[in-house]
Design a protein around this ligand. Structure first.
Ligand SMILES: [Zn+2]
Length: 200
């Protein structure tokens, strides 16, 4: 699938209204291959995530980045350029190092859920699998990765090509008994996209 198609898919994926069906269509209304849906949340449940991917839990290609941020969180991440990650809520957007991506944390309980790069090609993310409901099933070995030798350009290129198309739903969610209460659909806490293509 081309990059353009993947971006369009991220923006337009929908679930059909037919009972018992969860077929996902791309922009040409062709049915996408069946994707599994994995849900997750931070510790206090204020921030939620939903990862769509064709992988079964045992197929998740986990990665352990050795940067100082990921090690402090014990992060084990995945990204799927053929999938889709949606984050619900208003996380804290933390930026460090080259500043090419934001690391999304719950501002209340501190859990790290995902990191996101926002570029003209679209928004792309990698998901910290520790926050997924299936985290305890992911007992496969994570692959150690080190990106410290990358140039800024290489880093952006790699992320755009390999990270998961990302959707942010800036809705505040709270657990209220059995239900989920949506508090605010109007305010997006996300900062502007990275200014990484601007040369000082
Ligand atoms: Zn939280």
């Amino acid at each position: 699938m081309s990059l353009l198609n993947r971006i369009s898919f991220a923006g337009r994926a929908k679930i059909s209204g037919q009972q018992g069906s969860s077929e996902i269509y791309n922009e040409e209304n062709n049915i996408m291959p069946d994707l599994n849906i994995y849900r997750g949340a931070c510790h206090c449940q204020a921030i939620r995530v939903q990862l769509r991917t064709a992988w079964k839990p045992e197929e998740f290609p986990l990665r352990e980045c050795d940067c100082s941020f990921c090690r402090r969180h014990g992060a084990r991440t995945v990204r799927d350029s053929e999938g889709e990650l949606t984050l619900f809520g208003q996380p804290h957007w933390y930026r460090f190092g080259m500043g090419t991506a934001d690391f999304l944390l719950c501002s209340d309980c501190g859990v790290y859920l995902a990191s996101v790069i926002r570029v003209p090609e679209g928004d792309f993310a990698t998901c910290n699998t520790n926050c997924l409901e299936i985290a305890s099933q992911l007992d496969q070995q994570a692959k150690p990765v080190n990106y410290s030798d990358e140039s800024l350009e290489e880093r952006v290129k790699r992320r755009v090509a390999s990270w998961t198309p990302f959707i942010h739903q800036p809705v505040s969610v709270e657990n209220r008994g059995a239900g989920l209460l949506c508090l605010d659909l109007t305010h997006d806490s996300a900062p502007p996209a990275s200014q990484i293509f601007v040369t000082p």
